[in-house]
Design a protein around this ligand. Structure first.
Ligand code: F6P
Length: 738
């Protein structure tokens, strides 16, 4: 490592010393000149004084007819420390009198014997001498008195002065350096303290501890920089951030302060039912609810949904609102009531007999009835009115959920032009050829393009949407921005893979995995060492429930040694049971389970346990934790959050996930055993592989999947949409100013 890197201060010190040396070199000649001048003038004055004091006597001697010897007198005077020699030159240029130290080289005729006093310097071997010549006359006699003064003391004085100047300059420089260091250090210390406080406050998301006015210019600068940096750093995808309810709340406060969030979905997060005349609370089996509910708990706001529970009306206030979650209210649930006819046409008809099979490739023919379309449009209008009623400002963020509300974004846009509308399509979007069979394809696309942002789970579904729009609508597709510009308005089309809360709330109340294993096996009357495979979802034809039963059957047929040891537990929640396709599926499912069980039954043992009822979240989690493997074999699915819930439930890092390649989750959970649900043999092989997988391998796979879900949890899902919405709002504000 270079010296300057290790001692960064050394450079400054060297520069300081160099600067002082330069100053000394520059100042020394000046000091010398001043000293020389002063000292010389002193000596000249002194010479003059000496001359004045001896003038009369010297004149008396030289003017006498018989001049006496002046030398002794001059020798006496020369005893003075600085007076080296004295002498007298007569007018003929002869040195008439001279003290002993008068240099032999000094010749009177070479001296400038003028009519006025004169001074000159003489260099001798011993140093410098000041030669002072004073004209003197007595009667007719004239001459010059010579006084030689030693000037070497000036050089000594000059050297001394140089030392003093050097010391003084060094002292002043050192003093200034110390003072400057003290000032800079105290400044840096304050600055450091400010930065520390600001960083800490920014990190914890607390409000500034200093009062307005108390903070300095630097505090404000640091805060601005930090907040810009923070927002950029935290919210850009390149950098890991722990998304949680509190970081999501902070994001809202910072990026969308004072903004009302309104969610619209068909399914409500809390259903009040009646059981034996008593009100019972139910949380529906819905991926949408599992994802959006924790987000609303974190953000607050209003959730508008169809009030579908038998006791829903009894639990709302006069405005059809109820504060939820019931045990710790955090947001408002606004229930909207739908008549039988409305539900028939909008929910069962267009949404679930038309759009659902249209968007899922499960080879169930979609049904499109004009009457359903009319109900669907009318119900969308009713929800749009409800949004306007619930909007406390003219520019809320409205989060429209799912295929029940394809027309709603455009309707809200007409009523609240300044709202930011983010629509999320929870199911797949098919290719244009498939979507093209829908008689109202243009209306549906146009309705969705009332959104500012339209989200899907995967890039693939985004591409399908863009391709469909390009084909059926007069519009401009901006591939680079992934947006559609139609009727002068731009809609961004983005993938936002949905997820679950982390850690899942249901996990908090769970017993240990060992206890769960024991409890589930006891409850289902299974042998304690039975290998348990679970499947948990709504009894929907898209889920591939029958296909996985066939795979179990195949395994038991090919490898009968699994009989008595392997049990497949399917928890199937009742769903859309009024629809023929669903009731037929249920019947077929029970018949198939019965048939397989009959084929492989051994005493009390039967390989398939089909539980057709609603399973509350704790029961679902207990089943997940008791399982050796979980199968999610959807024939087609947007995401399939069950897969993520299973992984989240396994804090013991054990258990194997078998996952359909046609579920959106397979794009992220690549450590699962990925299968084609239509390939019965391959699924059966995957089942066996899961059941014999060594613990280490299970741990390695589970760890990676857990890590991914922990990072990409549902708060991140919501945050990404809200950040995009906020960016859009800022962008539009800036453009409106221009
Ligand atoms: O997956 C599509 C979806 O609408 C989800 O959004 C929801 O979780 C699920 O189906 C439940 O459907 P329903 O509300 O009809 O019971």
């Amino acid at each position: 490592m270079r010296f300057s890197r290790r001692y960064p201060w050394a450079k400054s010190v060297a520069i300081g010393i160099g600067a002082i040396a330069l100053i000394i070199v520059a100042v020394t000649p000046l000091v010398d000149a001043v000293l020389e001048g002063w000292s010389r003038r002193d000596v000249e004055l002194r010479s003059r004084l000496v001359f004045r004091s001896i003038e009369a006597r010297v004149a008396g001697v030289i003017g006498a007819a018989q001049p006496s010897d002046l030398t002794p007198y001059l020798e006496y005077l020369a005893e003075d420390e600085k007076l080296v020699a004295l002498g007298f030159c007569d007018e003929d240029g002869a040195l008439r009198y001279a003290t002993k130290l008068m240099p032999k080289t000094l010749k009177c005729e070479e001296l400038p014997r003028e009519a006025v006093e004169s001074f000159d310097t003489l260099r001798t071997g011993g140093g410098r001498l000041l030669v002072s010549l004073f004209p003197i006359s007595a009667d007719s006699k004239k001459g010059h008195v010579i006084l030689l003064h030693d000037l070497s003391f000036i050089d000594a004085r000059s050297r001394q002065a140089q030392v003093y100047v050097t010391l003084a300059l060094a002292g002043v420089a050192a003093g200034l350096a110390l003072l400057a260091t003290a000032i800079v250090l105290s400044f840096l210390r304050n600055w450091q303290r400010s930065i520390k406080t600001e960083i800490e406050e920014a990190r914890l998301g607390t409000s500034p501890s200093r009062q307005r006015g108390e903070d300095t210019f630097f505090d404000r600068e640091i805060r601005t920089l930090l907040s810009e940096f923070n927002v950029e750093r935290r919210y850009t995808s390149g950098i890991k951030i722990e998304w949680s309810p509190s970081s999501l709340r902070t994001l809202l406060q910072e990026e969308l302060p004072e903004t009302q969030v309104v969610v619209v979905s068909n399914r409500e997060p809390y259903i009040h039912n009646l059981r034996d005349g008593k009100i019972e609370l139910q949380t529906p089996a819905s991926g949408l609810v599992a994802a959006v509910e924790p987000v609303m708990r974190a953000c607050g706001g209003t959730w508008i949904a169809h009030g579908s529970g038998a006791a829903d009306r009894q639990t709302v206030d006069s405005n059809d609102r109820i504060q939820v979650p019931p045990d710790m209210p955090g947001y408002t649930l606004r229930r909207l009531w739908l008549s039988e006819e409305e539900q028939e046409g909008y929910y069962y008809g267009l949404a679930n007999e038309g759009l659902w099979p249209l968007c899922h490739i499960a080879f169930v023919r979609p049904v499109f009835r004009e009457v359903d379309w009319r109900q669907y449009s009318a119900v969308n209008e009713r929800f749009a009115d409800a949004v306007v009623k619930e909007a406390a400002q003219d520019n809320p963020i409205v989060l429209v959920q799912d295929y029940h509300f394809a027309l709603l974004p455009r309707m809200i846009r007409k009523r609240l032009p300044n709202a930011t509308i983010v629509t999320f399509w929870h199911i797949p979007w098919p290719n244009s050829e498939i979507f093209g069979v829908c008689p109202w394809r243009e209306d549906i696309i146009d309705g969705l393009l009332g959104s500012d942002i339209l989200g899907f789970h995967t890039q693939f579904h985004c591409n399908n949407f863009l391709e469909t729009t390009d084909r059926f609508l007069e519009c401009r597709i901006d591939r680079e921005r992934a947006s559609v510009v139609a009727s002068g308005m731009e809609t961004l089309v983005r993938p936002y893979p949905i997820s679950i809360e982390w850690p899942p709330a249901a996990l908090a109340t769970q017993a240990s995995v060992e206890q769960c294993r024991r409890a589930v096996r006891e409850r289902l009357s299974l042998p304690p060492d039975a290998a348990v495979l679970v499947g948990i979802e709504r009894f929907d034809y898209t889920k591939g429930i029958l296909d996985r039963m066939r795979a179990v059957d195949d395994l038991l047929t090919r490898e009968p040694s699994w009989k008595g040891r392997l049990v497949f537990v399917q928890a199937a929640a009742p769903t859309r049971s009024k629809l023929a396709k669903y009731s037929a599926l249920r019947t077929e499912g029970f018949e198939l389970a019965h048939e397989i069980n009959a084929r492989h039954r051994q005493g009390d043992y039967q390989p398939i346990v089909l539980n057709y009822r609603h399973h509350p979240p704790d029961e679902v989690f207990e089943l997940f934790r008791a399982a050796d493997a979980c199968i999610v074999s959807s024939l087609h699915d947007g995401m399939n959050l069950v897969a993520k819930e299973f992984v989240a439930s396994r804090d013991d890092e054990q258990g194997v996930l078998i996952l359909s390649s046609f579920a959106g989750a397979s794009r992220e959970l690549s450590e699962a055993l990925i299968v084609n649900p239509y390939d019965t043999r391959a699924v059966a092989d995957a089942l066996k592989r899961a059941l014999v997988m060594p613990e280490d391998e299970q741990r390695d796979r589970m760890r990676l999947m857990r890590e991914l879900i922990r990072e990409r949890n549902v708060y991140r899902w919501a945050a990404q949409m809200l950040m995009d919405a906020s960016r859009l709002r800022k962008h539009r504000r800036v453009h409106a100013q221009g």
